[in-house]
Design a binder for this molecule. Structure first.
Ligand SMILES: Nc1ncnc2c1ncn2[C@@H]1O[C@H](COP(=O)(O)OP(=O)(O)OP(=O)(O)O)[C@@H](O)[C@H]1O
Length: 785
């Protein structure tokens, strides 16, 4: 965008305010109402050239923007308008004059904010979150950059709804070409990292991270790589903020640690629950701390993690006044003494602080204390645990943040740590995603790391490069099952990627019909396997518990000769006894890694992981082992998501044929592979074939699972999509209506899949020129979302 651009004949862009992952924010003039506004212009989507996908994105944008516009609270940035100007998606907001919290921290050289300011932000943000959460709206990307502090001190959260959209589009990084995945790992909740269900309590965790950073100068978990940040979020107790900055009021620390509870149910239920603690924190403020704005209390120079060093000796007043830094300045000591005395007297602060290692800069720099590493979930102690004492040093990740990797991570082999790229530092953003994926998959922690699954390598790669292990040799993916070279890809239903569904996900009108809610808007997918589960049970999460083995391995015992098809004897005979089960377990982990990579939109990496696992399973288990086929199909799915539909179709068709031979024509595994093939046909423009195949599939699913089973409904959605591709919108509408009414009955009116079906209905209506009816459905959807 350039200055003076006029958007929709109404909004004149004046000056660029800033750029984010999703686009640009401009100071602009609303020529119609004659006022200043901020206009957020999303990056152009048209380059993608994928009309169906763009349609889904646009529709989703409209819905999210409507939600954002419906929020009315002083702590939430007002959304005035939104639109689509010849492909440019834009959002018009109130213009905020001020700084976001990230800028405030940077400008202050990452010194923490004065305690009264931290409390002020805490109070305002909790009020805003209490409001939005009561509206059922979850931000999902709360971070300092999304919280503005205006000149008059008002704090406003930006990007409600849109952050969510950004997150979802980020999952399909190919779309924007940004490769931007969900936020930075510093503010991600453990459940976001694990890829499990996220609700308002995830925002509360992120809020805890933001407050921690404001109060100490750095987020709770920092490190030279995203891996250690992710591991920290999941397993490590946060260091109590007062170990970095002792003058923080104890109730503030309690509030932050409460927000940072690993389990959502251990966090506050509601942001409003924090008010008592924040009020208590205010009451704790000693007189000196309410001094002039900008005075940060008795802080020392920043430590290597970028935080002000707590302590008995601090720079503070003299430095703030421009005098040379004096370590242990009198004003600092005086202020600290006042506060300490009061705190110890009130029992808010344990006595004996003067000698505590946590407050002793020298001791803190000595390095990790000997002793066992904490186990996952170990309760956070009030004082910095011994193992964390040496975390101050390490490799800088970006800016002043430094690596503070738990010792049990550092002791593990490398190969899993990539260069973290958040905050605009160098390195491809996909690294974060890959790390998150690998983390989610393996369950993180030392155990997962020590497994050293090669397929989890998260170093930035160039497209097409192998992820390690076996190369992704396209020959291995060929559908030529008669020649049992190496397998083409696809994992048995039990391990079928929860995201791996239709290859057409996010692209055709039926996509939405498969969406398990907001969880799989664009990049995510629906567990095709879920359709095959008895009773249509939908798996709640995709992440296998740490150390768990691919269920398919259990079904086909490690080392057991499979081949019902007898195509090829399992390999791996050369392996030493006992090595085979371990290797299979590693392959299962790597397969899971591929799933998570896909779920995070890293399809290139997902493809590589699945192709490599397919090749190794082929060698180890044989061409026709179900696990080999599972990996082949997963790779085929990934190929589709990469837009390589011809290859995807070849692979999926091959797996379908092999499965038909092994399991039978109407086995759910076979039908899943055929559904993938049908999706490929649609995307290849072979809609007539797709319609035929889809009709067969609907009939087969109906016979096998019943007319109202989720699998049957999914097959019907595929049929609707294929009919849409042929322009047979009337028939497609009938199909979707049928699907929606069944989902409505079985799953309920508010189930995400029911809503997604309605979305498809509305689209058909639009295509049939029945705009008013379509608008009514869209409106109802917006209200429900
Ligand atoms: N309504 C607004 N008024 C004034 N400035 C704004 C407004 N909304 C956002 N900004 C500022 O515009 C800049 C870019 O914001 P944007 O939301 O695009 O990026 P971000 O939040 O930093 O990154 P990302 O979108 O990747 O999360 C930021 O400095 C932000 O503070």
């Amino acid at each position: 965008m350039v200055p003076s651009t006029l958007i929709h004949d109404r909004y004149r862009l004046l000056e660029l305010i800033g750029r984010g992952g999703m686009g640009e924010v401009w100071r602009a003039h609303d020529e119609s109402l004659g006022r200043r506004v901020a206009v957020k212009c999303l990056k152009p989507l048209a380059q993608r050239g994928d009309a169906a996908f763009l349609r889904v994105v646009r529709e989703r944008f409209r819905r999210e923007a409507r939600v954002a516009a419906s929020l009315q609270h002083q702590g939430v940035t007002v959304v005035h308008d939104f639109g689509d100007d010849e492909g440019l998606l834009y959002l018009v907001m109130e213009l905020l004059e001020g700084r976001n919290l990230s800028q405030l921290l940077e400008e202050g050289k990452r010194q923490p904010l004065p305690v009264p300011e931290v409390l002020d932000v805490a109070e305002q943000v909790s009020a805003a979150l209490a409001y939005t959460h009561a509206q059922g709206v979850v931000h999902r990307d709360l971070k300092p950059a999304n919280v503005m502090r205006t000149a008059d001190g008002t704090v406003k959260i930006c990007d409600f709804g849109i952050a969510r959209l950004a997150h979802d589009i980020g999952f399909t990084a190919k779309l924007t070409g940004t490769g931007i995945a969900m936020g930075t790992p510093h503010y991600m909740s453990p459940e976001q990292i694990a890829g499990t269900a996220v609700d308002h309590r995830s925002d509360l965790y992120s809020f805890g991270c933001v407050l921690y950073e404001l109060a100490t100068g750095a987020p709770p978990f920092t490190g030279g790589d995203a891996w250690s940040v992710l591991v920290g979020h999941r397993d490590a107790p946060p260091e109590p903020p007062r170990s970095h900055r002792p003058e923080l009021p104890a109730p503030l620390e309690e509030a932050v640690l409460w927000l940072l509870s690993k389990a959502p149910e251990e966090r506050p239920d509601d942001a409003a629950d924090l008010s008592a603690r924040l009020a208590a924190a205010r009451a704790c403020l000693p007189a000196w701390s309410a001094g002039p704005a900008g005075y940060v209390g008795p802080m020392g120079p920043a430590d290597s993690a970028g935080r002000a060093i707590p302590v008995s000796a601090a720079v503070s007043a003299g430095q703030a006044a421009g005098e040379p830094a004096e370590w242990g300045g009198a004003a600092a000591r005086e202020g600290l003494a006042v506060w300490e005395d009061a705190a110890v007297r009130d029992g808010r602060w344990p006595g004996g602080l003067g000698t505590d290692d946590a407050r002793d800069g020298e001791a803190a720099a000595k390095g990790p204390a000997p002793g066992p590493a904490p186990g996952p979930g170990e309760a956070a102690s009030l004082w910095m645990p011994g193992w964390a004492r040496g975390m101050g040093g390490g490799l800088p990740a970006h800016g002043l943040l430094a690596r503070r990797t738990p010792p049990w991570i550092r002791a593990e082999p490398s190969g899993l740590s990539g260069q973290w790229t958040g905050g605009g530092a160098a390195g491809p953003p996909t690294t974060d995603v890959a790390l998150a994926a690998a983390f989610a998959v393996s369950g993180g922690g030392p155990r997962a790391l020590s497994a050293e699954p090669r397929g989890l390598t998260v170093q930035p790669r160039t497209p097409g490069a192998s992820s390690g292990a076996a190369p992704a040799d396209p020959r291995h993916l060929a559908p030529d099952s008669a020649t049992p070279r190496r397998p083409a890809l696809h994992p048995p239903e039990p391990t079928h990627p929860p995201h791996a569904t239709h290859p057409s996900d996010g692209a055709h009108p039926s996509d939405g019909a498969h969406l398990p809610g907001g969880a799989r808007p664009f990049g995510g997918a629906q567990p095709s396997s879920s359709a095959d589960l008895p009773g249509g049970a939908r798996p709640s999460g995709s992440v296998r518990p740490p150390g768990a083995v691919d269920p398919s391995d259990a079904a086909f015992p490690p080392g057991g000769a499979f081949p019902p098809g007898g195509a090829q004897p399992p390999g791996g005979a050369h392996l030493p006894a006992g090595a085979r089960p371990a290797l299979l377990a590693v392959l299962a982990s790597r397969h899971s890694a591929g799933e998570s990579l896909g779920r995070l939109g890293c399809w290139e990496e997902a493809y590589e992981a699945h192709a490599a696992v397919a090749a190794e399973r082929h060698d180890l288990l044989g061409a026709c082992h179900p696990d080999t086929l599972t990996s082949r199909l997963a790779a085929g799915h990934a190929l589709g998501r990469l837009g390589r539909w011809e290859e995807a179709w070849e692979v999926c068709r091959g797996v379908a044929l092999d499965r038909a031979r092994i399991f039978g024509d109407e086995h759910p595994h076979t039908l899943s592979a055929r559904e993938e093939s049908a999706g490929c046909l649609r995307r290849l423009g072979r809609a007539t074939e797709a319609v035929e195949l889809s009709r067969d599939l609907v009939a087969a699913r109906t016979r096998v699972s019943g007319p109202a089973a989720p699998a049957t409904l999914r097959a019907l959605s595929g049929l609707g999509a294929a009919l849409g591709c042929l322009g047979r919108w009337e028939e497609a509408l009938d199909v979707y209506r049928h699907v929606t009414s069944l989902r409505h009955r079985v799953l309920g009116p508010a189930d995400p899949e029911t809503l997604a079906g309605r979305n498809e209905e509305a689209h058909c209506l639009e295509r049939l020129g029945r705009g008013e009816e379509a608008a009514r459905v869209y409106r109802a959807l917006a209200l429900q979302s």
